[in-house]
Design a protein around this ligand. Structure first.
Ligand code: ADP
Ligand code: MG
Length: 480
């Protein structure tokens, strides 16, 4: 195919572009969760592909900018990986379309031509009559709840029992107990699940209480829209009747001062009125960068509960429970294999189970075996195996410089130990996704020492060719 090959949705090649988009959508859904996916990614559609530029349409200017700021880089990464021909992702506003048009846009050639000829990039706060008339002014302050996210479906283990108990307690207390309840954990470990469980529990057992669950992203979106339409009074009014307010992923409000002020105001007035507030974030209140300190201290004033990374037993328990719910027969050795291998988060664990289930349904025997699992998940497993750990780096670097890992982690400052230690820290920063404090902990040091080591090695690489060569050869042996 010639380089300047043009794919338009109305031509045959679109089938594959559309298939790719569907695959990317499932991946995005897995990574960002259902709520974020439904709000921001589902409304997008591919409109054209030309000279390496994939054009994606969003229904409003606001959405376009949002996707651009938060998701387009990731979309590009995933797509580029699938299809190296894709050089750039462009998000455009799909003007003058109704929701129904949007749904059928991929099948409707005439409409598509129209969109293709009128992509109108617009500025964030730019007033756009077209987008304005399209904008569905939705008064409802509530993100969708997933009916499967209940307490019954939540598997409790050592790493999440405290958060579970706190969530359950808040849900069943008629009067305010821990206020606010603040849940935090890394991604895919069950925060959203617990929040939805609380909301659904209250809706069922105490329907007179008005529960609102909203993602911080939606909160921000609605607030910015209210500002834009000079409608902040109505925005505030919506909170007056709320008995239980839940905001998911509040780290999203980092560095958004105006929204934080609004949130702080809402927060205080609800607390003073004796209403329950429940929040989640990916870090503890103290670690939330870009948050005003008065807000941090407010977030800290109730009960803070974290969900720790899963352990093997919990992963196994979750797999068995999900397999049962999905009605699939998951052999013990396959469950153990998956629980062993896929340790990052529960969303990925579920994703792997769904893939195996889908494959088994296509096979005549329907049987899930270890071989079949390894085959179906080979890409995923390869990338897991490839992930370099800090332990490995410490081991390799120690061997290379002929010191022991113990010495590397010790407090000794002699050059022959200190230098390899700095190199190991540098490689850990380069080759893993661990944060400076996390790396520091592995060396029994704090994050400033790691930062210093990284800078030092960067300087040395420029000055000292033989050191540069050692670092390079270590990197090659680790990064394969
Ligand atoms: P987070 O909000 O922390 O990123 P989610 O609540 O979205 O994570 O969880 C990711 C997926 O893992 C969801 O499908 C959820 O149902 C599932 N999950 C998480 N923890 C558990 C658990 N303890 N038991 C059963 N499923 C869980
Ligand atoms: Mg979540």
């Amino acid at each position: 195919m010639a380089e300047e090959a043009v794919y338009n949705i109305e031509y045959d090649n679109n089938a594959s572009i559309n298939d790719q988009w569907q695959e990317i959508c499932s991946q995005l859904k897995m990574e960002f969760g259902e709520t974020a996916f439904d709000s921001w990614l589902k409304p997008l559609s591919v409109s054209s592909f030309d000279k390496g530029i994939m054009q994606i349409s969003a229904p409003t200017a606001f959405m376009k900018n949002w996707v651009l700021a938060h998701y387009s880089e990731r979309i590009h990464k995933i797509w580029e990986h699938k299809n190296p021909e894709i050089k750039k992702i462009q998000i455009v506003v799909q003007n003058m379309m109704t929701t129904k048009d949007r749904a059928s846009s991929l099948n409707d050639t005439s409409l598509l031509k129209k969109i293709k000829s009128t992509p109108t990039p617009q500025s964030f706060y730019g007033f756009s009559p077209a987008a304005n008339s399209y904008y569905e002014h939705d008064e409802y302050l509530q993100s969708k709840l997933n009916p499967a996210y209940t307490f019954e479906n939540f598997v409790v283990g050592k790493t999440n029992e405290f958060a579970y108990a706190a969530a359950h307690k808040v849900a069943e207390s008629r009067n305010v107990s821990f206020n606010p309840l603040f849940l935090y954990s890394g991604v895919g470990l069950g925060k959203t699940h617990l929040l939805h469980a609380i909301a659904q529990y209250i809706q069922k057992n105490d329907p007179s209480r008005h529960v609102v669950y909203i993602s911080a992203e939606q909160f921000l979106y609605k607030f910015v829209n209210a500002l834009r339409y000079k409608d902040t009074a109505a925005f505030k009014e919506q909170f007056r009747s709320v008995d239980v307010l839940m905001i998911d992923d509040v780290q999203f409000l980092a560095n958004k001062e105006k929204t934080q002020d609004e949130f702080f105001y809402t927060f205080n007035s609800l607390m003073e009125g004796g209403r329950q507030i429940i929040l989640s974030a990916d870090k503890s209140p103290n670690e939330l960068d870009g948050m005003e300190s008065r807000l941090k201290s407010r977030l800290n004033s109730g009960l803070v509960a974290d969900i720790m990374p899963t352990d093997f037993d919990l992963r196994l328990g979750i797999l068995q429970r999900k397999a049962m719910q999905m009605g699939i027969d998951l052999p013990q050795n396959v469950a153990e294999f998956l629980a062993q291998k896929i340790s990052s988060n529960i969303r990925e664990l579920e994703g792997s189970l769904k893939r195996i289930a889908a494959h088994s349904q296509l096979l005549s025997s329907h049987e899930i075996t270890l071989d079949m699992t390894q085959d179906v998940l080979k890409d995923m497993l390869r990338s897991i195996d490839r992930k370099t750990t800090i332990d490995e780096i410490q081991k390799k670097v120690s061997e290379y410089f002929n010191i022991s890992v113990k010495e590397m982690q010790s407090s000794r400052r002699a050059r022959n130990v200190a230098r390899p230690r700095q190199i190991a820290m540098y490689l850990a920063k380069q080759l893993t996704s661990r944060s400076l404090p996390e790396i520091g902990r592995k060396f029994d040091r704090d994050h400033t020492t790691v930062m210093h080591a990284v800078r030092k090695v960067e300087e040395l690489i420029v000055e000292d060719a033989s050191l540069a060569e050692s670092v390079e050869s270590l990197r090659r042996s680790l990064d394969n």
